[in-house]
Design a binder for this molecule. Structure first.
Ligand code: ADP
Ligand code: MG
Length: 934
């Protein structure tokens, strides 16, 4: 009842959409005579004319009728196909950023050319997304002449190559006809680019791992038309794209370094208020600062390490990581205690939460510390493949300014498209009335009985010569059916979506008389099944029989073969039509109604006759798991005899209900995945956004200035907090920290004048600022700006990679924790946020520290990617021999936790320098409290 009402509402909604498009269709059709009157050059000239109108500010919708008319005319001339009216409507729906549901065989490939042409007129590029490489190539070659005639360039992205459509390009291999190899970037700079969802997504991720602008292949993501949109945005949405690589360097290094730690001697321990110790004792290898959880090597310590590790200079760039490892190993030994800070369980180091005392499986210390603790405890160091970049299709495709899709089956998933992608579905009527007859489902008690019936049906049709397409839910089931038919001597083909190109050839002939084809859902998708056979494909077989390679045969040989094929397929077409067209046998109901509709839709295309029949058994997974009780009851009510199938619309409805339940369940799973990915997505946006700014060459001076101020403030807080009394200030440790981090040396005399916290802040702030200004005078502004960008990029990448590793572990671990009533997703969000904030702090610290210390090789090239142009030299630290060196990639120790009250975004943005000061003075922050260092 409600169903019927809903259907009516939906029905009218689609009808309304279609009705609204009709006047535009009339407009386009009215332009036809004028278009036909143009010669090829004039038609081609329309592209520039329309493009110019858009550039001059015309609304794209105002240009639509003419652009569609141009495209339709070009298709007629070049492809011999004139867009049907319903295809124009489909094109409009796609242009509006919606999903056009158009049945199989309605010509969606051609439909896409309309919005693609129109939107490409903006010059921003259009992506047409296919489910596999073969279809991307096929569609570009197929539609290429149309675009070419209109002066648009076409790119094709394949897994390991990329091309542009160029009819003048000569190649011996017919499969590559008109595809001239070009580089990937050029393919993305074509007006229209065909490629798969995987390639587009991976190229996006790869682009965000590059070091310079001219290495980026993609442009801004403008408009995507996704073919078989349900398959890509729903079925594949559960498996995100991941680029991974081996985690870290060799794990051996951790063990090797761990072994030398017991041979180093502690020189001093800085504990609160005991600054004298560091002044007194310089004998020993390292100093431990318990408060900031930092360990630094003394001059002597460096010499010891060099000796023990057998390297001549730890500050040589090539050994810089080693130095970092040594510092982390020292921290692991000196500051992290077993059964206090962590426990070792089942060969794993598990962190203990310092506040709650709870074990936190999955959480890892960053920056190599966790590995150092693992080495210390002599357990296995995790060195799995780690994520370097990852994204879900949901989040990739949501980045396009405009997204559209087309498929034969979208309506059942309309809710998901709307909720996740904000995509509306409009059902486009077929060009010709649909004649396919769908029989009601039959249900058998056992699978054996079911397959008997399936075989009987196939054999009966096959004997008459009617083609049959058998659909299965898995490769395994396909093989079972194949065995069954083999036993009964029925000739057949089996497809399982492994070899797209070859399977396309087979499925193209699934409509020939007497053909029996067994296929899984995805096999041969996108290939048209013509009744009586496909002459194009058949001609290849003919050539092969003559001993010719269709890939290299001459045009003439090919034309003869096609003509010959037609002489076979034409009469055969008549015969198959008279037998009832293609018959579809479903051997099971799929979990999703959409997939069943997809199978059914292979028959009855473009007004062809056809039929479909699904065979089920109570032993099928769907019925067993999701619907058996209810169906069993219906069966009993209807009185099912042994060996007798049941065929009733009540059963069909009960099954649909079961399917809906499973669909919902699967939607929940995808939503859940997305909720997890959304956390990462925000972080990814921030990091990739920052990278992009840097690559774009934007000056980072303001950011750096803020970071320096922040860090100087933090350092100050750590040793002379605002709450502390003057006599509790730890000026010695402060001096030490300022030097370590900012290369600033304050003399004790300078503190004598200071009587207030503000005074101290000013002294510190100015000393740090002055030191940086001095660096800038040494290097020059340009170089300093380039250095800033370079260091940021380097540190961001390192830390982001490290962060992704932490997130990987967090995801794995979060499920293992006992949370009681708490929602793991909430916990995950919270921890992922904390981890990110920590990472941002590490980035800031490491970048600033490097900027104060890194030494520049004067004559080396200054380009960003030339990492070798920058060298961490020993001289920096050489000036002050008593100071422990700092590792460049290491996060500098955080002096003290920042006050919880200070609200910040994850990027650490807070009050801007030009914002009004928080104190309410009305002055700009930089002129007010910032000056006072607060
Ligand atoms: P879909 O992707 O919708 O299943 P295809 O794009 O594979 O359909 O096209 C199916 C068939 O319809 C192709 O053989 C194509 O040549 C044909 N076709 C599509 N549009 C037209 C048209 N306007 N005129 C003639 N044939 C068309
Ligand atoms: Mg298609």
């Amino acid at each position: 009842m409600i169903d019927a009402v809903l259907k009516k509402i939906f029905g009218t909604k689609h009808e309304r959409d279609v009705k609204r498009a009709m006047p535009v269709v009339a407009q386009i059709t009215a332009l036809e005579p004028a278009m036909q009157a143009l010669d090829d050059a004039a038609l081609r000239g329309k592209t520039d004319e329309l493009g110019k109108r858009l550039a001059d500010g015309a609304a794209i919708d105002d240009v639509l009728p003419e652009a569609f008319a141009v495209c339709r005319e070009a298709a007629r001339r070049t492809l011999g196909m004139r867009h049907f009216d319903v295809q124009l409507i489909g094109g409009m729906v796609l242009h509006q950023g919606k999903i056009a549901e158009m049945a199989t065989g309605e010509g969606k490939t051609l439909v896409a050319t309309l919005p693609a042409y129109l939107n490409a007129l903006t010059g921003k590029g259009v992506h047409i997304v296919t489910v596999n490489d073969y279809l991307a190539k096929r569609d570009a070659q197929w539609m290429g002449p149309l675009y070419h005639a209109l002066g648009l360039s076409v790119g094709v992205i394949q897994h390991e190559a990329s091309f542009t459509y160029d009819p003048a390009y000569a190649t011996a291999d017919i499969r590559m006809t008109s595809l001239r190899p070009i580089d990937r970037r050029a393919a993305y700079h074509c007006d229209i680019t065909y490629g798969t969802n995987n390639e587009f997504g991976f190229d996006y991720l790869r682009d965000n791992m590059r070091f310079s602008l001219d290495e980026l292949v993609q442009r801004h993501l403008h408009y995507a038309i996704v073919d078989e949109v349900d398959s890509i945005l729903i079925d594949e949405a559960r498996t995100p794209l991941i680029i991974s690589g081996p985690a870290e360097e060799s794990t051996e290094l951790y063990y090797k370094i761990d072994r030398i730690i017991p041979r180093l001697k502690r020189a001093a321990t800085i504990v609160e208020g005991k600054l004298s110790e560091i002044e007194e004792q310089r004998e020993g290898d390292y100093i431990v600062d318990e408060k900031s959880k930092a360990v630094s090597l003394t001059e002597q310590g460096i010499a010891s390490c060099e000796r023990l590790l057998n390297v001549d200079n730890l500050y040589d760039p090539q050994h810089i990581t080693m130095l970092h490892h040594v510092q982390q190993a020292l921290r692991a030994h000196a500051l992290y205690k077993r059964d206090v800070d962590y426990v070792v369980k089942d060969g794993e180091v598990i962190i203990v939460d310092e506040f709650t005392g709870r074990m936190m499986p999955g959480r890892r210390w960053s920056d190599g510390l966790h590995q150092a603790v693992e080495a210390k405890e002599n357990v296995r160091i995790e060195r799995e493949n780690q994520t370097l970049a990852t994204i879900t299709f949901q989040n990739y495709f949501r980045m396009y300014d405009k997204l559209a899709g087309m498929t034969g089956t979208a309506e059942t998933e309309a809710e998901e498209f709307a909720k996740i992608y904000k995509l509306d579905v409009t059902v486009i009527p077929t060009n010709r009335p649909l004649l396919r007859v769908n029989a009601s489902d039959v249900v058998y008690k056992t699978e054996r009985e079911k397959f008997d019936a399936v075989a009987k049906d196939i054999i009966a049709r096959n004997e008459k010569g009617q083609p049959v397409l058998v659909g299965t839910v898995s490769i395994e089931k396909s093989e079972a059916v194949s065995k069954l038919l083999k036993k009964r001597g029925v000739k057949h083909e089996v497809l399982n979506a492994k070899y797209h190109e070859r399977e396309a050839e087979i499925v193209a002939q699934a409509g020939r008389a007497g053909a029996v084809t067994i296929a899984t859902n995805m096999a041969g998708r996108g290939t048209d099944i013509l009744l009586g056979g496909n002459p194009e494909f058949l001609s290849k077989e003919i050539l092969r029989k003559r001993g010719l390679d269709p890939a290299t045969a001459s045009a003439e040989e090919r034309a003869t073969a096609v003509a010959e094929a037609r002489r076979i397929t034409q009469p055969e077409h008549e015969r198959v039509v008279s037998l009832g067209g293609l018959h579809i046998v479903g051997t099971e109901r799929h979990e999703s109604r959409r997939v069943d509709n997809q199978l059914r839709g292979r028959s009855g295309r473009q007004g062809d006759p056809g039929s479909s029949h699904f065979y089920l058994s109570l032993e099928d997974d769907l019925l067993r798991i999701f619907g058996s009780q209810r169906i069993q009851r219906i069966m009993e009510r209807l009185g099912m005899e042994e060996g007798e199938p049941i065929e009733h619309k009540l059963v069909t409805r009960a099954i649909a209900t079961a399917q809906k339940r499973v669909e919902n369940h699967n939607f929940e799973i995808r939503k859940h995945l997305l909720e997890y990915d959304d956390v990462m997505n925000k972080q990814r946006e921030i990091i990739y956004g920052m990278r992009r700014q840097i690559l774009d060459g934007e000056s980072q001076a303001d950011t750096i200035e803020e970071w320096i101020e922040d860090l100087a403030g933090d350092t100050l807080d750590g040793y002379a907090s605002e709450a502390a009394h003057i006599e509790d200030w730890d000026l010695g440790a402060l001096t030490e920290a300022l030097h370590r981090q900012f290369d600033v040396k304050l003399a004790p005399a300078q503190f004598e004048e200071v009587v207030s916290r503000e005074g101290l802040a000013t002294l510190v702030g100015e000393a740090v600022k002055e030191r940086y200004a001095e660096r800038e005078r040494e290097l020059g502004q340009d170089l300093m700006r380039a250095l800033e960008r370079h260091e940021m990029l380097l540190v961001i990448d390192t830390q982001w990679k490290d962060h992704l590793l932490s997130i990987d572990h967090l995801k794995e671990g979060i499920g293992l924790r006992g949370y009681g009533q708490r929602d793991p997703l909430t916990e995950y969000k919270k921890e992922a946020f904390d981890l990110f904030q920590d990472m941002v702090e590490r980035v800031k610290g490491a970048v600033v520290e490097r900027l104060f210390k890194v030494q520049v090789v004067r004559d080396a090239p200054m380009d960003l990617p030339a990492v070798t142009a920058w060298v961490d030299a020993r001289e920096t630290r050489g000036e002050l021999p008593t100071q422990p060196g700092a590792a460049p990639m290491a996060a500098p120790p955080r002096p003290a936790p920042r006050p919880a009250a200070a609200p910040r975004t994850p990027t650490g943005e807070k009050l801007g320098r030009n914002d009004p000061c928080y104190c309410g003075s009305g002055k700009k922050y930089k002129k007010c409290h910032l000056l006072q260092g607060a």
